[in-house]
Write a protein that binds this ligand. Structure first.
Ligand SMILES: [Fe+2]
Ligand SMILES: [Fe+2]
Ligand SMILES: [Fe+2]
Length: 419
């Protein structure tokens, strides 16, 4: 059995991103659908290509999730065009399984009359996505920034006339706007995306992209997730976990804090001790994680993810389970989570030295909060666990820094496109 079905890859993306802002994902799905129907009409693409382009259509505004306060769709689509285009491009390029096609998203706001300035083998998909995006913006936000005669007035200036003609041909055959008025388009999207059997690698890529894109709001959270995954995997191997169980451990650790997407940044990045009220909000991330993953991922993965704050003596949250109810992988992620928090630099603390970390973990174990067996195993291998993590950190945390760096560079490069 796989961790997540192909169908549920789309479901988890929708569920997660809706929690941050339902308007953006709704806009993404409509845009993705319009793009899909335009390309389907042309009948030039393989099924995999159609799925990839539709996915890119759905995710074209994913760069917006970098912003803390996502307000109105009109707001982000008319101002700061390049901020979210560049972030979206970088997320998709480095974090998704569709990296090679990510430039389609980079140029989704580029005006048609500037196309000669760029060079991409995806020019046609770019002009179609640009139009699909504008179509939805036009249909839903007529009264905002778009003049009513937009499509006649700005033909071949702001958008491609060829793409518009294609849209109308597809509209005559597929009745796109009619489908969009009801819910029929969502079923059709689901059908397309589930028909395609994603490889395990493709699905893993999407889950990682989702987690890291969301975590990107807060540097501490990204680094924390990455190191928890790494520590849990290492401890799992050391404790002779293998096969499906090890795979579940990996996904459980990867998804364990996904619910933090609903926690405000001022709490995630708080530099002081959290007040009681703030702590309550913070603790809610476990329930949110449960809500997101329920019915979507394998149940073993779900349970590993949502039990990382349980304590062996029953004093943890959110269920207050006890040792007998907690499996070894669940106990491992609980230890990996604490180790990651102690080892990493957090907003409220500097990194601790190894003596202090060991002392805290040992005392937690002897107080029957976390597994003595897991802690013993960690103590015996402490230096190599840390060394392995440090060696692999480049590939993960380094990627995060690279994205930030490239963002700054590209923003300068793209200044010339600003009106
Ligand atoms: Fe956009
Ligand atoms: Fe958009
Ligand atoms: Fe947590």
């Amino acid at each position: 059995m796989s961790v997540i079905s192909s169908e549920n890859v789309n479901a988890i993306i929708r569920k997660t991103l809706s929690l941050v802002n339902p308007k953006i994902i709704a806009h993404g799905e409509i845009t993705g659908y319009i793009l899909y129907k335009m390309l389907e009409y042309e009948n030039l693409y393989s099924e995999q290509e159609l799925v990839d382009y539709t996915m890119l259509g759905i995710l074209h505004d994913i760069g917006i999730y970098k912003e803390e306060n996502v307000k109105d769709v009109v707001d982000f689509e008319t101002k700061n065009l390049w901020t979210h285009s560049i972030y979206g491009f970088l997320f998709l390029k480095y974090l998704s399984p569709m990296g090679e096609k990510a430039e389609i998203v980079l140029y989704h706001h580029l005006d048609f009359n500037r196309y000669p300035l760029i060079n991409s083998k995806y020019m046609h998909i770019i002009e179609c996505l640009n139009l699909a995006d504008k179509m939805d913006t036009f249909m839903h936000m007529k009264n905002a920034e778009m003049p009513p005669d937009y499509f006649s007035r700005y033909r071949d200036i702001a958008f491609s006339g060829r793409a518009l003609d294609l849209f109308f041909r597809a509209e005559r055959v597929f009745h796109i706007t009619e489908k969009l008025a009801g819910d029929a388009y969502q079923e059709e999207l689901n059908r397309l995306l589930s028909k395609q059997v994603f490889s395990e690698k493709y699905k893993k890529g999407f889950l990682e992209m989702l987690v890291y894109t969301i975590d990107f709001r807060s540097e501490h959270t990204v680094v924390h997730t990455m190191s928890t995954v790494n520590f849990a995997e290492q401890l799992g191997r050391l404790m002779r976990i293998s096969g499906v169980e090890l795979r579940n451990l990996y996904y459980g650790a990867l998804l364990h804090d996904i619910g933090k997407l609903c926690i405000p940044l001022n709490i995630l990045e708080s530099s002081g001790r959290l007040s009681e009220e703030e702590m309550k909000v913070m603790k809610a991330h476990v329930r949110i994680t449960e809500m997101i993953l329920e019915g979507i991922v394998d149940d073993d993965v779900l349970q590993i993810a949502v039990r990382h704050h349980e304590k062996l003596d029953g004093s943890g949250y959110h269920k207050g389970l006890t040792e007998a109810e907690l499996t070894l992988p669940q106990q491992i992620v609980a230890v990996a989570d604490i180790l990651s928090a102690l080892y990493g630099k957090r907003s409220y603390k500097e990194a601790f030295d190894s003596e202090k970390i060991k002392a805290i973990l040992n005392s937690d174990a002897s107080n029957h909060k976390i597994s003595q067996k897991v802690v013993d195993c960690l103590m015996m291998n402490y230096d190599s666990v840390i060394a392995n993590y440090e060696a692999k950190k480049e590939a993960t945390v380094g990627l995060y820094l690279k994205i930030k760096e490239q963002y700054t560079e590209m923003s300068k490069m793209f200044e010339k496109f600003n009106r």
